[in-house]
Design a protein around this ligand. Structure first.
Ligand SMILES: O=C(O)CC[C@@H](O)C(=O)O
Ligand SMILES: [Zn+2]
Length: 477
């Protein structure tokens, strides 16, 4: 179903792509202008198959200069543009809503430089996260972020959406690790903020505006990012907890006993475990429990880390916070245990139509909303699950049903957002607002803040050609 048929959205008065436009693009990027229906089918739909546009052209620039020429032209012609990276987003931000031109970063995939002393990587926006991680690992570093979608997401898309992921707890947000950006603005101007300095307090830090702006303020073409050293020892513990209170106490114990080597603390409920078992045929490595946690440590001395982890495990097992567990130090088992958590999204999408919520809440309230929604929806939902980045106070609440139903949607929204706002949480912790959540921004931001965002958008993109219908609320709402 087309997005414009499912959702109440009206096409803004942008121009339509003409034969002359296509000829112009062909002159700038010969052989990289696609009107092929099969390629467009892929570029028009998000990977969850929940939003679908009807773009008629997909452009694949290789250089910043090409992006600049394309945007300068589109801005003059009043043609709307949808920047697209790996198209792995969760909120419909990376696909057109109507017939916006798809500007893909897929061919902008070159590493520009790597400073082996400082661990600073400079690369084009279309580099795939997993490939970058391999590249820096060969040089004894790792990327500061890791996501389930690493095999296809682009670093430019990660930065544009301020993706969080599994290493956030240790290495923090991209607002801290991104040192510089090169961005092409709506009128084609190239904004070169691609520095690699750790410290630079000269004026406003403009790059921060583009981190998390979801392609609405400019197209990120290159990124400079600080990479941590590759840890010498990595351990992963997969533990079963009898209740959510124990999940929280285990976290607190873990912070005290493993603080400096802790690199991830993730949780999932038993319903998630059942879904990965049933849909993906993965097996539960521990005895059945209401909750499971994954604790990763990354350090520089295997012996020390093991001793710390053993003491911690003795403590949580003897106090009954954890009833069963398994530990992995070798890569194969580590990957196998991570898959149980990383592949929940995939298992959910095989369960049916998925309603996704990505919420920040005070940690002690994190699971209450799952219980509340589960009892509120009763039999009308197939599964209501909770999992996520507990260490960051970030819950992924997902509801599945056999098919899309507007009455089920009405039972969840805006209830979930009201609940979140009441507890001073965020209605989008790490996935952004995209198309699907933009009209709910008011639950997490004040009117003054939203107005200022609209003014910034108006200054940088006066015609509104960049990723329209995304991030900021539609003027009628
Ligand atoms: O599918 C989701 O809702 C969450 C996806 C991702 O952010 C994760 O942490 O696995
Ligand atoms: Zn997540």
């Amino acid at each position: 179903m087309l997005t414009c048929d499912r959702y109440p959205v009206r096409r803004l008065p942008f121009a339509e792509v003409s034969e002359e436009d296509l000829a112009f693009f062909e002159r700038i990027i010969p052989g990289r202008v696609s009107t092929d229906p099969c390629e467009l089918k892929l570029g028009n739909v998000d990977w969850l198959k929940m939003v679908r546009g009807c773009s008629k052209v997909l452009l694949r620039p290789k250089t910043t200069e090409e992006v600049s020429q394309i945007l300068r032209y589109c801005n003059k012609r009043n043609l709307a543009v949808n920047p697209q990276g790996g198209n792995t987003g969760m909120v419909g931000g990376s696909v057109p809503v109507f017939d916006e031109i798809i500007l893909s970063t897929a061919l902008m995939n070159q590493v520009i430089s790597f400073d082996t002393m400082a661990g600073i990587l400079v690369c084009q926006a279309g580099c795939i996260l997993e490939q970058l991680n391999q590249y820096v690992e060969e040089r004894d570093f790792i990327m500061p972020l890791d996501l389930g979608a690493k095999g296809s997401c682009h670093i430019g898309g990660n930065v544009a959406t301020n993706a969080g992921g599994l290493r956030f707890l240790r290495y923090g947000s991209l607002h801290g690790t991104v040192l510089g950006l090169e961005v092409v603005l709506a009128d084609g101007l190239v904004l070169d903020c691609l520095t690699s300095l750790r410290k630079d307090n000269t004026g406003y830090d403009l790059k921060q505006l583009f981190i998390g702006s979801e392609g609405t303020l400019g197209v990120i073409t290159a990124v400079s990012i600080l990479c941590p050293r590759k840890p010498k020892a990595v351990n992963l513990a997969f533990l079963g907890c009898p209740g959510f209170a124990e999940v929280l106490k285990t976290f607190s114990t873990c912070k005290g006993m493993l603080g400096e080597i802790l690199s991830a603390y993730e949780f999932m409920d038993n319903k998630c475990m059942q879904l990965v078992e049933n849909h993906l045929r993965l097996s539960n490595p521990v005895k059945e429990n209401p909750f499971y946690v994954l604790i990763e440590t990354s350090g520089s001395n295997a012996g020390h880390d093991e001793e710390k982890l053993t003491n911690f495990l003795e403590q949580v097992m003897s106090s009954g916070l954890v009833t069963d567990g398994t530990v992995a130090t070798d890569n194969t088992k580590i990957k196998m245990l991570w898959a149980l958590r990383e592949r929940i999204t995939e298992a959910l999408s095989r369960d049916g139509y998925v309603y996704k919520y990505d919420i920040s809440l005070p940690m002690e309230k994190l699971y209450d909303i799952v219980l509340d929604i589960r009892s509120r929806l009763g039999q009308s939902a197939k599964s209501v699950v909770g999992y996520g980045h507990l260490g960051d106070g970030n819950l992924h609440l997902n509801v599945t049903a056999n098919s899309y139903s507007s009455s089920l949607l009405k039972a969840i929204e805006p209830y979930v957002y009201e609940w979140t706002a009441r507890h001073h949480g965020s209605i989008s912790a790490e996935h952004g607002l995209g198309f699907k959540k933009k009209d709910f921004i008011g639950y997490s931001k004040t009117q003054e803040a939203i107005l200022l965002m609209q003014q910034i958008k108006g200054t940088l993109d006066p015609k509104g050609i960049l990723n329209p219908y995304k991030t900021l609320p539609s003027s009628s709402s």
